[in-house]
Design a protein around this ligand. Sequence first.
Ligand code: NAD
Ligand code: AHE
Ligand code: ZN
Length: 375
Amino acid sequence: MDVRAAVALEAGKPLEITTVQLDGPQAGEVMVEIKATGICHTDEFTLSGADPEGLFPAVLGHEGAGVVVDVGPGVTSVKTGDHVIPLYTPECRTCPSCLSRKTNLCTAIRATQGQGLMPDGSSRFSLEGKPLFHYMGTSTFANYTVLPEIAVAKIREDAPFDKVCYIGCGVTTGIGAVINTAQVEPGAKAIVFGLGGIGLNVIQGLRLVGAEMIIGVDINPAKKEWGERFGMTHFVNPNDVEGDLVPYLVDMTKKGADQIGGADYTFDCTGNVTVMRQALEACHRGWGQSIIIGVAPAGAEIATRPFQLVTGRVWKGTAFGGARGRTDVPRIVDWYMDGRIEIDPMITHTMPLTDINNGFDLMHAGESIRSVVVY
Ligand code: NAD
Ligand code: AHE
Ligand code: ZN
């Protein structure tokens, strides 16, 4: 069937809005009519050519919400008419990783997903008879897409697609990093580096769990007001700091008898490896944990003195906030619908698919928190 898509024909070029062909779902797959999709920095990362796994031509997009319109043979967990959020981290519940209970990184289909293909090794998308690559197993920059059954979370039907699509990545990643990965306790001191679509969700996650001190760090001064809106208690613009940023941040956290200083938890939401080092070194000696959320370009490496780890600081990473999608995403949708978490103010721009490149321009200019394409 013909569907409308924004196609990444090659790295570094704007997306091409065009009609592509989509084949129906095979065994264990579902077709979803995508109603809305967010534009995450990771889409920009891959489109820029910085992603070592980036493949072209492809249909990008991984932050969607929509309705199941067809199911292939053997599908049992969802049916036509169900409202769903696509999952770039699936949850098969039977692979060694799912069964380990130690990770959310289901490995059932990761190999073919990374090759831009469905689990049977083929693509459902094509353009003028030539296959297009899928992206992150989701390809939400098309008004219809095909997904493995294990890569959709069924959600309640009263949740608005143009808001809960953000739970498909940004909201879950930020809040999940706090709750699942760092397991932040009430009263903690935390520093969040990068107050974009992910960092602001880390901040609202920290507020949710009762963190006492939430320091936001961003080189864009406009982010001060944004951080405060979601619970940030202090703002630091590194460009306004004389001397080294790390001792400045450590000093801010010194309190009472504890004159060592350092945060209990820090979060990198920039993807910049220099910032990742600052985030680790701003942690408290003996127990501070630094969580890497940002994704860095091909070839980038992190560095620190091993002494930082010898003295008890911990470096961790998180993908999709450690969330098990089919289990956790419906609950996060409930939190939104019950008013426990905010989404609406972070969606600063909405646009039709024809204007999707404008969404990327707004991100580059630092003018948007989240742009959402509404089909
Ligand atoms: P964004 O563009 O909305 O926000 C990035 C923010 O970082 C901006 O406010 C920018 O001003 C700030 N920044 C840039 N350089 C900085 C510096 N040197 N010091 C302080 N602040 C700086 O991006 P986003 O959508 O919030 O994504 C953030 C990162 O998280 C990206 O690398 C993205 O690819 C990654 N990501 C990872 C996961 C995951 O599962 N691990 C999920 C989603 C996004
Ligand atoms: N392909 C990149 C890495 C990209 C990456 O780390 N993606 C995150 C999700 S970012 C969502 O906005 C992720 O889920 N990682 C785990 C995984 O299995 O991909 C690279 O560097 O090769
Ligand atoms: Zn994302």
